[in-house]
Design a protein around this ligand. Structure first.
Ligand SMILES: Nc1ncnc2c1ncn2[C@@H]1O[C@H](COP(=O)(O)OP(=O)(O)OP(=O)(O)O)[C@@H](O)[C@H]1O
Ligand SMILES: [Mg+2]
Length: 242
């Protein structure tokens, strides 16, 4: 007889956030982190994969808009996290737009949906090759900006999320606020976390809340998000407003 196992949870590596999620992400799910520019999406995802790599897991970082080197530089400068060493140790691998598998496709004029298809294939082959336990995609909208039809967009998003889920990898996917792309991406995700910066008098405060987590209750509060030299953490307090 088959047992109905309790789904396994994966720690986000962000202090205070697992509590908001009642135990972390579900293993093998596609999780979106959404917010405007500068709200902390890249740090969030980086900390998620760093947590895995620190514990000896294989992790992967997929970067759609710039070369992987800038994230290595930023994480070293901000928090002294040595992504280069993790890469050298074989724990962290990068996929970015300079990958030869993609450049070939980009050199000829092809339809955006074809580019996404080839990107999807590239991700598939890298996942099969590396078999990571955690993946961070930063960011997804760069891939989908050129798609005009909403129907097509939904299908492509579902495709990419499907690839991740079928490999049983726990993933974090960042999305910015461009047009209504973030809403489209959020529909397809197993969880959505929103990052914001709010103005309190003359100060800016970072906030975080869980918009959804399929299959679980959550703490339904907006909480203060802190970024310091030790990385990102969630405080057990709500922002003070007026
Ligand atoms: N050590 C640190 N202490 C405090 N804040 C920091 C530190 N390092 C970086 N930050 C802040 O984190 C912010 C950048 O966060 P991040 O790059 O994750 O944002 P993002 O949401 O990915 O933005 P974008 O959409 O532009 O890529 C910066 O505004 C920076 O001030
Ligand atoms: Mg970023």
């Amino acid at each position: 007889m088959e047992e109905t196992a309790i789904p396994e949870r994966v720690s986000t590596g962000i202090s205070g956030l697992d509590e908001m999620l009642k135990g972390g992400y579900f293993k093998g799910t596609a999780n979106v982190v959404s917010g405007k520019s500068g709200t902390g999406k890249t740090i969030f995802g980086s900390q998620f994969i760093y947590e895995g790599a620190k514990n000896g897991e294989k992790v992967m970082c997929i970067i759609t808009s710039e070369e992987s080197k800038s994230i290595v530089r930023e994480m070293k400068a901000s928090f002294d996290w040595d992504f280069k060493k993790l890469e050298d140790d074989g724990l962290l691998s990068f996929v970015d737009i300079t990958d030869p598998g993609l450049r070939l496709q980009k050199s000829v004029e092809i339809a955006p949906s074809e580019l996404i298809k080839s990107f999807k294939k590239l991700i598939e082959s890298k996942l099969d090759e590396v078999q990571p336990q955690r993946v961070f995609i930063d960011s997804i909208e760069a891939l989908f900006l050129a798609i005009e039809s909403n129907y097509k967009l939904r299908t492509l998003i579902d495709d990419v999320f499907g690839v991740l889920r079928s490999r049983e990898v726990t993933s974090v996917i960042s999305v910015g606020k461009m047009f209504d792309l973030d809403a489209m991406v959020e529909y397809g995700a197993d969880s959505v976390i929103k990052l914001e910066r709010v103005r309190v008098g003359n100060n800016l405060q970072r906030t975080i809340f869980v918009m959804k987590l399929r299959g679980s209750s959550t703490i339904n509060e907006v909480r203060v998000l802190n970024i310091s030299d030790n990385g990102m953490s969630v405080l057990a307090q709500s922002p003070y407003l007026e």
